[in-house]
Design a protein around this ligand. Sequence first.
Ligand SMILES: [Fe+2]
Ligand SMILES: [Fe+2]
Ligand SMILES: [Fe+2]
Length: 338
Amino acid sequence: MVRRIEQQQQKAVNWMIPGNESVLEVTIGYEQVAVDLTANLAKNEPDPYAKSVLDFALLEDFDHLYRYANLLDLTQKKSAGEITGKYTEIMPGRPTSLEHRHPFDDVRKHYDDKKAHPLTKLHAMAITAAEQQTMNFYMNAGNRAEDELGRGLYLEIAQIEEQHVTHYESLLDPNCSWFKMLLLHEYTECYLYYSMMEHEEDSKVKKIWEEHLDQEIEHLKIACDLMKKHEKRDPERLLPATMPDKLVIFESNVDYVRDVMARQTDLNAVETEFVPSAKMPKHGRYQDYQTAVNAHGVPSSDVIRGRIQERGEDYRQELAGPHPVEKFRARNGQAKAA
Ligand SMILES: [Fe+2]
Ligand SMILES: [Fe+2]
Ligand SMILES: [Fe+2]
């Protein structure tokens, strides 16, 4: 019964995206959401490990935005900056070609449900859902591109989005009972709709958030009843007394992203830890995986090369000066745009 309502909500929200946006234009929106949602959560994340997990994938989705923006410019002669507005920068992050990792290096350490801060749980659930939606969108809509370059780019980035789903979902405590998970899911939905409602400027859209929040409060109550009935546990003791005062807000995060970029572009993952590339095992499975997956061309690099061939430089939207990482400053492919 609850799920019937969830599917109606999904349609109400998803159908707000206008039909005259192309798949690629919607994609620019997805990656902008990925960047600014992740940055917002990372800023508010109290657990240092969970924060490092958010910062890590932030730079990857940031790079996806850059690759898709170049595809949009190349194939539809449109500027991605007109979609993102002056909120989000568009320039290289951690190069997509380097993001392909062996599956064993994408699993993270899970938090302990009994000790973790409520925000850590809310963040993990929210970002897992966002990455899942992005992955599904690319997997289904990526074949709408007509040329090999576009089809390849979606295929390549959809692979990374699976890595991101794994990366974030593995943060969740697998020892939670099904009823506890249900409780957390419904609580997360309340938190997200409440956040949207609080910051929404469009009065018509605000009504949708209000209505959905009303529905989620009822879902939460149902989840509480189920837990009392089947687990004989008191759900009130498992949830904070009030909503966290840090809400999810969509806003510009230029300085935050630049700061993470300056310090962490070079990071890679070995099992559950993040390490600088110099400290990576020399002939490990990362290199083997890279060799295999990048063997016959790399669409995320080809799209930049294509733009440079046509216009002499890549497409960017640098709002706060030159790229914070020196090797990514050259726009004509001289320094390796990867
Ligand atoms: Fe992405
Ligand atoms: Fe992602
Ligand atoms: Fe719900």
